[in-house]
Write a protein that binds this ligand. Structure first.
Ligand SMILES: C[S@@+](CC[C@H](N)C(=O)[O-])C[C@H]1O[C@@H](n2cnc3c(N)ncnc32)[C@H](O)[C@@H]1O
Length: 251
Protein backbone atom coordinates (compact mmCIF):
# COMPACT_ATOMS: atom_id res chain seq x y z
CA UNK A 1 0.00 0.00 0.00
CA UNK A 2 1.51 3.39 -0.94
CA UNK A 3 1.22 6.41 1.33
CA UNK A 4 -1.74 7.91 -0.61
CA UNK A 5 -3.70 4.68 -0.06
CA UNK A 6 -2.81 4.79 3.64
CA UNK A 7 -4.12 8.37 3.86
CA UNK A 8 -7.32 7.23 2.14
CA UNK A 9 -7.77 4.34 4.58
CA UNK A 10 -7.26 6.74 7.49
CA UNK A 11 -9.93 9.19 6.26
CA UNK A 12 -12.34 6.39 5.28
CA UNK A 13 -12.31 5.31 8.91
CA UNK A 14 -12.55 8.90 10.20
CA UNK A 15 -15.51 9.90 8.03
CA UNK A 16 -18.34 9.37 10.53
CA UNK A 17 -16.60 11.32 13.29
CA UNK A 18 -14.98 14.06 11.17
CA UNK A 19 -18.05 16.30 11.07
CA UNK A 20 -17.94 16.63 14.89
CA UNK A 21 -14.97 18.97 14.36
CA UNK A 22 -17.46 21.59 13.13
CA UNK A 23 -20.04 21.01 15.86
CA UNK A 24 -21.21 23.64 18.36
CA UNK A 25 -19.44 21.78 21.22
CA UNK A 26 -16.99 23.98 23.05
CA UNK A 27 -13.42 22.71 22.64
CA UNK A 28 -10.15 23.96 21.22
CA UNK A 29 -10.60 21.66 18.23
CA UNK A 30 -14.09 22.86 17.28
CA UNK A 31 -12.93 26.46 17.75
CA UNK A 32 -10.05 25.74 15.36
CA UNK A 33 -12.27 24.18 12.64
CA UNK A 34 -15.02 26.77 12.98
CA UNK A 35 -12.43 29.55 12.71
CA UNK A 36 -11.13 27.88 9.54
CA UNK A 37 -14.69 27.85 8.18
CA UNK A 38 -15.30 31.52 9.13
CA UNK A 39 -12.04 32.83 7.66
CA UNK A 40 -12.35 30.92 4.38
CA UNK A 41 -15.97 32.04 3.96
CA UNK A 42 -14.91 35.69 4.47
CA UNK A 43 -12.01 35.36 2.03
CA UNK A 44 -14.16 34.14 -0.85
CA UNK A 45 -17.46 35.94 -0.16
CA UNK A 46 -16.99 38.32 -3.13
CA UNK A 47 -15.80 35.61 -5.53
CA UNK A 48 -17.79 33.94 -8.27
CA UNK A 49 -17.36 31.68 -11.30
CA UNK A 50 -15.98 28.16 -10.87
CA UNK A 51 -14.79 26.67 -7.57
CA UNK A 52 -12.75 23.54 -6.93
CA UNK A 53 -12.46 22.10 -3.44
CA UNK A 54 -9.59 19.69 -3.86
CA UNK A 55 -10.12 17.79 -0.59
CA UNK A 56 -13.64 18.67 0.53
CA UNK A 57 -13.81 16.19 3.42
CA UNK A 58 -17.35 16.12 4.80
CA UNK A 59 -18.18 19.37 3.00
CA UNK A 60 -18.88 21.85 5.81
CA UNK A 61 -16.73 24.62 4.31
CA UNK A 62 -17.77 23.91 0.72
CA UNK A 63 -21.46 24.04 1.63
CA UNK A 64 -20.98 27.38 3.40
CA UNK A 65 -18.93 28.74 0.47
CA UNK A 66 -21.64 27.80 -2.04
CA UNK A 67 -24.60 29.08 -0.02
CA UNK A 68 -24.39 32.54 -1.63
CA UNK A 69 -25.12 31.11 -5.09
CA UNK A 70 -22.25 33.24 -6.47
CA UNK A 71 -20.51 30.27 -8.06
CA UNK A 72 -21.93 28.83 -11.27
CA UNK A 73 -19.95 25.58 -11.02
CA UNK A 74 -18.39 23.72 -8.12
CA UNK A 75 -16.28 20.58 -8.21
CA UNK A 76 -16.00 18.75 -4.91
CA UNK A 77 -13.12 16.32 -4.96
CA UNK A 78 -11.79 13.95 -2.32
CA UNK A 79 -9.88 10.70 -2.26
CA UNK A 80 -12.15 9.13 0.37
CA UNK A 81 -15.56 7.80 -0.79
CA UNK A 82 -17.20 7.93 2.68
CA UNK A 83 -16.01 11.53 3.22
CA UNK A 84 -17.31 12.55 -0.22
CA UNK A 85 -20.63 10.75 0.37
CA UNK A 86 -21.21 12.79 3.53
CA UNK A 87 -20.24 15.98 1.67
CA UNK A 88 -22.91 15.19 -0.97
CA UNK A 89 -25.64 15.12 1.68
CA UNK A 90 -24.63 18.66 2.70
CA UNK A 91 -25.11 20.16 -0.77
CA UNK A 92 -28.92 20.02 -0.68
CA UNK A 93 -29.04 23.68 0.39
CA UNK A 94 -26.82 24.92 -2.41
CA UNK A 95 -28.87 27.26 -4.66
CA UNK A 96 -29.90 25.86 -8.06
CA UNK A 97 -27.78 28.54 -9.74
CA UNK A 98 -24.72 26.45 -8.79
CA UNK A 99 -24.05 23.17 -10.59
CA UNK A 100 -22.19 20.78 -8.31
CA UNK A 101 -20.06 17.87 -9.57
CA UNK A 102 -18.22 15.26 -7.50
CA UNK A 103 -14.85 13.65 -8.14
CA UNK A 104 -13.58 10.68 -6.16
CA UNK A 105 -9.92 11.30 -6.92
CA UNK A 106 -6.41 11.78 -5.70
CA UNK A 107 -6.02 15.49 -6.40
CA UNK A 108 -2.67 14.87 -8.08
CA UNK A 109 -4.51 12.76 -10.69
CA UNK A 110 -7.46 15.08 -11.20
CA UNK A 111 -7.69 16.86 -14.56
CA UNK A 112 -10.77 19.01 -15.24
CA UNK A 113 -12.83 18.36 -18.37
CA UNK A 114 -12.04 20.31 -21.51
CA UNK A 115 -9.32 22.40 -19.93
CA UNK A 116 -11.72 24.10 -17.51
CA UNK A 117 -10.08 26.71 -15.24
CA UNK A 118 -11.14 27.67 -11.72
CA UNK A 119 -11.58 31.09 -10.13
CA UNK A 120 -11.15 29.70 -6.63
CA UNK A 121 -9.39 26.53 -5.49
CA UNK A 122 -9.79 25.51 -1.85
CA UNK A 123 -6.97 23.44 -0.42
CA UNK A 124 -7.74 23.09 3.27
CA UNK A 125 -6.31 20.53 5.66
CA UNK A 126 -4.76 18.59 2.77
CA UNK A 127 -1.10 19.54 2.75
CA UNK A 128 -0.28 17.79 6.02
CA UNK A 129 -1.38 14.50 4.45
CA UNK A 130 0.11 14.81 0.96
CA UNK A 131 3.30 16.84 1.36
CA UNK A 132 4.84 17.65 -2.07
CA UNK A 133 3.77 21.28 -1.75
CA UNK A 134 5.55 22.55 -4.83
CA UNK A 135 4.18 19.77 -7.06
CA UNK A 136 0.73 20.41 -5.60
CA UNK A 137 0.93 24.15 -6.28
CA UNK A 138 2.13 23.63 -9.86
CA UNK A 139 -0.75 21.21 -10.44
CA UNK A 140 -3.31 23.59 -8.90
CA UNK A 141 -1.84 26.49 -10.89
CA UNK A 142 -2.45 24.55 -14.13
CA UNK A 143 -6.19 24.57 -13.28
CA UNK A 144 -6.35 28.16 -11.99
CA UNK A 145 -7.61 31.04 -14.05
CA UNK A 146 -5.20 33.98 -14.33
CA UNK A 147 -6.07 36.23 -11.36
CA UNK A 148 -7.85 33.33 -9.67
CA UNK A 149 -6.96 32.37 -6.09
CA UNK A 150 -5.83 29.29 -4.22
CA UNK A 151 -6.90 29.33 -0.57
CA UNK A 152 -4.36 27.18 1.24
CA UNK A 153 -4.65 26.20 4.91
CA UNK A 154 -1.81 24.62 6.85
CA UNK A 155 -0.54 24.13 10.38
CA UNK A 156 2.87 25.73 10.81
CA UNK A 157 6.00 23.75 11.68
CA UNK A 158 7.65 26.75 13.34
CA UNK A 159 4.89 27.26 15.95
CA UNK A 160 6.00 26.31 19.49
CA UNK A 161 2.93 24.16 20.16
CA UNK A 162 3.11 22.31 16.85
CA UNK A 163 6.82 21.62 17.47
CA UNK A 164 6.05 20.20 20.90
CA UNK A 165 3.17 18.03 19.65
CA UNK A 166 5.24 16.88 16.68
CA UNK A 167 8.13 15.89 18.95
CA UNK A 168 5.88 13.81 21.19
CA UNK A 169 3.47 12.30 18.66
CA UNK A 170 4.99 11.99 15.19
CA UNK A 171 6.42 8.50 15.75
CA UNK A 172 3.18 7.31 17.36
CA UNK A 173 1.19 8.74 14.41
CA UNK A 174 3.35 6.85 11.89
CA UNK A 175 3.00 3.64 13.88
CA UNK A 176 -0.79 4.01 14.02
CA UNK A 177 -1.56 5.28 10.51
CA UNK A 178 1.53 4.05 8.64
CA UNK A 179 2.24 7.45 7.10
CA UNK A 180 3.71 10.64 8.52
CA UNK A 181 2.26 14.14 8.78
CA UNK A 182 4.08 16.76 6.67
CA UNK A 183 4.92 20.05 8.35
CA UNK A 184 5.77 23.35 6.66
CA UNK A 185 6.97 26.72 7.92
CA UNK A 186 5.77 29.98 6.39
CA UNK A 187 9.25 30.27 4.81
CA UNK A 188 8.86 26.81 3.18
CA UNK A 189 5.47 27.84 1.81
CA UNK A 190 6.82 31.18 0.55
CA UNK A 191 9.64 29.41 -1.29
CA UNK A 192 7.36 26.84 -2.91
CA UNK A 193 4.90 29.56 -3.93
CA UNK A 194 7.67 31.64 -5.53
CA UNK A 195 9.20 28.63 -7.31
CA UNK A 196 5.76 27.72 -8.68
CA UNK A 197 5.40 31.17 -10.27
CA UNK A 198 2.63 32.12 -7.86
CA UNK A 199 2.32 34.95 -5.34
CA UNK A 200 1.08 35.17 -1.74
CA UNK A 201 -1.56 37.87 -1.52
CA UNK A 202 -2.40 37.49 2.17
CA UNK A 203 -1.67 35.28 5.15
CA UNK A 204 -3.98 35.08 8.15
CA UNK A 205 -2.73 33.32 11.28
CA UNK A 206 -5.17 31.82 13.79
CA UNK A 207 -5.43 29.25 16.61
CA UNK A 208 -3.45 29.58 19.83
CA UNK A 209 -2.73 25.83 19.74
CA UNK A 210 -2.12 24.96 23.39
CA UNK A 211 -0.58 21.46 23.09
CA UNK A 212 -2.99 18.75 24.29
CA UNK A 213 -5.25 21.54 25.59
CA UNK A 214 -8.45 19.57 24.88
CA UNK A 215 -7.08 16.57 26.76
CA UNK A 216 -6.59 18.75 29.84
CA UNK A 217 -9.83 20.76 29.63
CA UNK A 218 -12.00 20.98 26.52
CA UNK A 219 -14.13 23.93 27.62
CA UNK A 220 -11.14 25.68 29.22
CA UNK A 221 -9.21 25.27 25.97
CA UNK A 222 -12.15 26.69 24.01
CA UNK A 223 -12.17 29.84 26.18
CA UNK A 224 -8.40 30.10 25.95
CA UNK A 225 -8.78 30.14 22.15
CA UNK A 226 -11.48 32.82 22.42
CA UNK A 227 -9.41 35.06 24.72
CA UNK A 228 -6.21 34.60 22.74
CA UNK A 229 -7.79 35.31 19.32
CA UNK A 230 -5.96 38.66 18.93
CA UNK A 231 -2.62 37.09 19.83
CA UNK A 232 -3.29 34.10 17.52
CA UNK A 233 -3.94 36.46 14.60
CA UNK A 234 -0.25 37.49 14.98
CA UNK A 235 1.43 34.17 15.68
CA UNK A 236 -1.13 31.34 15.70
CA UNK A 237 -0.37 27.69 14.96
CA UNK A 238 -2.24 27.72 11.64
CA UNK A 239 -2.36 29.91 8.58
CA UNK A 240 -4.73 30.50 5.69
CA UNK A 241 -2.95 31.91 2.68
CA UNK A 242 -4.44 33.44 -0.42
CA UNK A 243 -2.18 32.56 -3.33
CA UNK A 244 -2.69 34.21 -6.69
CA UNK A 245 -1.65 33.54 -10.23
CA UNK A 246 -0.75 36.47 -12.44
CA UNK A 247 0.28 34.44 -15.46
CA UNK A 248 3.96 34.25 -14.43
CA UNK A 249 6.02 31.30 -15.65
CA UNK A 250 7.97 29.00 -13.31
CA UNK A 251 11.58 30.18 -12.62
C1 LIG B 1 -8.18 17.07 7.25
S1 LIG B 1 -9.34 16.66 6.01
C2 LIG B 1 -9.82 18.29 5.45
C3 LIG B 1 -11.22 18.32 4.91
C4 LIG B 1 -11.77 19.72 4.62
N1 LIG B 1 -11.05 20.35 3.55
C5 LIG B 1 -11.77 20.58 5.84
O1 LIG B 1 -11.05 21.60 5.85
O2 LIG B 1 -12.47 20.25 6.80
C6 LIG B 1 -8.32 16.12 4.70
C7 LIG B 1 -9.09 15.57 3.51
O3 LIG B 1 -8.17 15.37 2.44
C8 LIG B 1 -8.53 14.20 1.75
N2 LIG B 1 -7.34 13.76 1.03
C9 LIG B 1 -6.19 13.28 1.54
N3 LIG B 1 -5.31 13.04 0.55
C10 LIG B 1 -5.90 13.39 -0.60
C11 LIG B 1 -5.50 13.39 -1.96
N4 LIG B 1 -4.29 12.97 -2.34
N5 LIG B 1 -6.38 13.83 -2.89
C12 LIG B 1 -7.62 14.26 -2.53
N6 LIG B 1 -8.06 14.27 -1.25
C13 LIG B 1 -7.21 13.85 -0.30
C14 LIG B 1 -8.99 13.26 2.86
O4 LIG B 1 -9.77 12.20 2.39
C15 LIG B 1 -9.75 14.23 3.75
O5 LIG B 1 -11.11 14.30 3.40
Amino acid sequence: MNSTEKVKVHFDSLSTSYEKNYSEDKSGKTHDFRTRLRLVTQIIEQDSGALLDCACGTGEITAQALKSGNFTTAILSDISAPMLDIAKTRMTEVPVSTTVHYQLKDIFKYEPDTGMKFDVILCLGLLAHTGSLQALLIHLKSMLRTDGKIVLQSSLASHWGIRFVRLLTSKIYVKKHRYGINYYTIKDIENCVRLSGLEIKSCQRYNFGWPFGDKITRVGNYWLEVFMQGFSAECGSDAILVITHHGKTVE
